[in-house]
Design a protein around this ligand. Structure first.
Ligand code: PLP
Length: 438
């Protein structure tokens, strides 16, 4: 049945698993094992030579993680996925799989801070240059490209600006030049399917909406199976030339009988094997529990966030609301083209009274948690200027869209009346704390 539908509500519950082959258990079991007995010497040899796919060692694959991988691949319309220990590991592997020292990638400037650090500092140390461009102009990606550019990178719905990335436009430029677009879809699962718009690879921090309950760090890379790596032998050497780390395998040829999975197999059997950022089976189980209700939750997140944005936009203590559903012009068009059935759960706003009012507002919240996270079923809030972005200069803060007055909300799925009541009372406290600001 799961193979016969594209409906996310059904796929999230059924794709990749029917019942445990060993016990008939309906819930996905936690396979808490490090290793797997081979049927015979021949079987072992076939697994290691990739003639057959199967379990070898949990650093590289695990049956619980496998269900999560298959399920998210199905939801995204991809061919296969790789579960890893965190969203950070997913972003790093997605790029390192096709870019080595001396190469470069072109990335949108609008990124999660952790990804920014990875790209601007750690990749730089590893010899991978990241060329940051403003996504307002998709043509900037082409302009920044040279013969050593191996990938384009962006987030679907980056905060704090919450302006949807022009996925189709940049993917089309990349496809002409042999450059895959990698999209971090963490903030918009189900609402957006980047592969349908031309992206080649999707990455997730499953820590956020997919897990959804704030219990487990995890990450995923989804291979669209839709990128013609073999047509760009010079541009994509690591999938087209013999790989010395796997007996000289040429990935586009070695796994052809198994499907268009060269990219994701290489990531699994080289990067995951060597760097070891494996997702634990227990975390995969927790993330699967979240995934099963993701389509339902993301609708509620979106519905509540739209109501919060509306409420804040009319509030006397608020100086402006950042939310895709309230944008105009190009930003609105891009949101309409990429997001279906909702604008996600993130809302930003500027509070009157700047930093002091922002801090007073956060301290007064009683339902919202004050945490550096997004995508939990519970409502979350943070004042970036005094927390996540406090190490940046004021100029850098402004460039990323953060000002003293900016507050970020990750709106949860509590009853909307309770969410609005909490915001209302905290705004009233903030107004009293900074009377001169009003
Ligand atoms: N990508 C985005 C958009 C994120 O918001 C985050 C974390 O906040 C990450 C990646 C990194 O994920 P993790 O914390 O699971 O490593």
């Amino acid at each position: 049945m799961a193979n016969e539908t594209n409906n996310p509500e059904t796929l999230a519950l059924h794709a990749g698993y029917r019942a445990d082959p060993a016990t008939n258990a309906v819930a996905v079991p936690i396979y808490q094992t490090t290793s797997y007995q081979f049927d015979s010497a021949e079987h072992a040899q076939k697994l290691f030579s990739l003639q057959e796919l199967g379990n070898i060692y949990t650093r590289i694959m695990n049956p619980t993680v496998d269900v999560l991988e298959k399920r998210v691949a199905a939801l995204e319309g991809g061919v296969a996925a790789l579960g890893v220990a965190s969203g950070q590991a997913a972003s790093a592997f997605a790029v390192q799989n096709i870019a080595h020292a001396g190469d470069n990638i072109v990335s949108s400037t609008n990124l999660y801070g952790g990804t920014w650090n990875l790209f601007a500092n750690t990749f730089k140390d590893q010899g991978i240059e990241v060329r940051f461009v403003d996504p307002a102009d998709p043509k900037a990606f082409r302009k920044a490209t040279d013969e050593r550019t191996r990938a384009y990178y962006a987030e679907t719905l980056p905060n704090p600006k919450l302006e949807v990335f022009p996925i189709a436009e940049v993917a089309a430029i990349g496809r002409e030049l042999g450059i895959p677009l990698i999209v971090d879809n963490t903030a918009a699962p189900v609402l957006c399917r980047p592969l349908d718009l031309g992206a080649a690879v999707v990455v997730y921090s499953t820590t956020k909406y997919i897990g959804g309950h704030g219990t487990s760090i995890g990450g995923l890379i989804v291979d669209g199976g839709n990128f013609p790596w073999e047509d760009f032998k010079d541009r994509q050497p690591y999938l087209n030339q013999p790989d010395p780390s796997y007996h000289g395998a040429v990935w586009t040829e070695a796994v052809k009988p198994l499907g268009p999975i060269a990219y994701i197999i290489k990531a699994r059997v080289t990067l995951l094997r060597d760097l070891g950022a494996a997702l634990s089976p227990f975390n995969a189980f927790q993330i699967i529990q979240g995934l099963e209700t993701l389509p339902l939750r993301i609708r509620e997140h979106s519905r509540n966030a739209a109501a919060v944005a509306e409420f804040l936009s009319k509030h006397a203590q608020v100086d402006g609301v950042i939310y895709p559903g309230l944008q105009e012009g190009t930003a609105r068009d891009r949101a309409a083209a990429a997001l279906k059935n909702g604008h996600g759960g993130l809302v930003g706003f500027h509070i009157k009274g700047g930093k002091a009012a922002g801090a007073a507002f956060i301290d007064a919240l009683r339902l919202f948690y004050h945490v550096a996270n997004i995508g939990d079923a519970r409502s979350l809030a943070i004042h970036p200027a005094t927390t996540t972005h406090s190490q940046l200069s004021v100029e850098e803060q402004h460039r990323t869209g953060v000002t003293d007055s900016y507050v970020r909300l990750s709106v949860g799925i509590e009853h909307i009346d309770d969410i609005l009541a909490d915001l209302s009372q905290a705004l009233a406290v903030a107004a009293k704390a900074v009377p001169a600001a009003a």
